[in-house]
Design a protein around this ligand. Structure first.
Ligand code: NAG
Ligand code: NAG
Ligand code: NAG
Length: 254
């Protein structure tokens, strides 16, 4: 879930953690106009840069140490869940996420006041496909479940609204941004879940999946706020780390 939200930061984070960038290896946006913060349309200007870079870099760029992100690979991640009668731990492995290459920013607004910066970004993806293996250890009332298997989740019409706040600082004669807050809300038009191994009996699996697919809106509505405490700080940290490698002078006129 957390990966759906931080597309931009994931991209930048992968670029940043793959290897330390040297001064000459920053993402270059020379072919785009630099945006002026004085301009009322600065948001549209930044939107064009984002929308130009995302498809262009989807197969990765060895020189910038950016790995391919179509699909985006996630080796392993896990989280703990506890709400009412349900509690446990779920971990996922060998996750492949398809769809980031089709991310489009729809609305961008940027406000800079002194060294404070505020960015609001609304973006969308027509379709995402998330494949992988999962393993869970859950307790539902008195029932102990240890499901394990493959999953294939398809999301349609994903819209992500992200608000961030931070500050501009100088390092090596360049301007960088450090974020101290992020707030991300994903909306999904439709979702289909396929999985096996929930129950030993494949027929029970099918029944459980039918229920999950029918009531996904309710499930999502519970899981999203419950898990925000896990993915939101993670996104903030990744975004914050990646921004240390990206001087904003690349994008913004002084
Ligand atoms: C993911 O796993 C593969 C194979 O086990 C490994 O080569 C790769 O370095 C791992 N990637 C990360 C980001 O840990
Ligand atoms: C995953 O599910 C989608 C939609 O149901 C399907 O198009 C796709 O082929 C599936 N992928 C795999 C690897 O099973
Ligand atoms: C963000 O990164 C800066 C370094 O650029 C660090 O000092 C700060 O603690 C980080 N904040 C968060 C919330 O990760």
């Amino acid at each position: 879930m957390k990966c759906i939200l931080g597309i931009l930061c994931l991209l930048a984070w992968r670029a940043a953690t793959a290897a330390p960038a040297t001064d000459t290896d920053y993402i270059s946006t020379d072919e785009f106009a630099k945006c002026s913060t004085e301009d009322d349309h600065v948001g549209d200007c930044i939107k064009d840069i984002i929308n130009g870079l995302i498809p262009r870099l989807q197969n990765g760029n060895p020189k910038l140490k950016i790995p391919p992100y179509e699909p985006f690979l996630l080796n392993r991640t896990s989280f703990r869940y506890e709400s009412g009668a349900v509690k446990g731990r779920i971990s996922v492995r060998n996750v492949k996420i398809y769809g980031f290459g089709l991310y489009r920013a729809k609305e961008v607004s940027l406000k800079i006041k002194g060294d404070k910066i505020k960015l609001r970004l609304v973006g969308e993806m027509p379709k995402m496909n998330i494949l992988g293996n999962y393993k869970a250890d859950m307790q539902v009332n008195q029932l102990q479940l240890k499901p394990k298997g493959d999953f294939n989740v398809t999301l349609f019409d994903v819209e992500i609204t992200t608000g961030t706040e931070g500050e501009i600082y100088r390092k090596d004669g360049k301007r960088f941004v450090r974020l101290d807050e992020i707030d991300s809300t994903p909306k999904i038009g439709d979702l289909t879940i396929k999985a096996n191994g929930i129950f030993p009996d494949p027929e029970l699996d099918q029944i459980a999946l039918n229920v999950a697919n029918q009531y996904w809106r309710d499930i999502y509505g519970i899981i999203l706020p419950e898990t925000r405490q896990y993915w939101q700080p993670l996104i903030l940290r990744m975004l914050n780390e990646s921004l240390q490698q990206i001087p904003i002078d690349q994008f913004l006129k002084e």
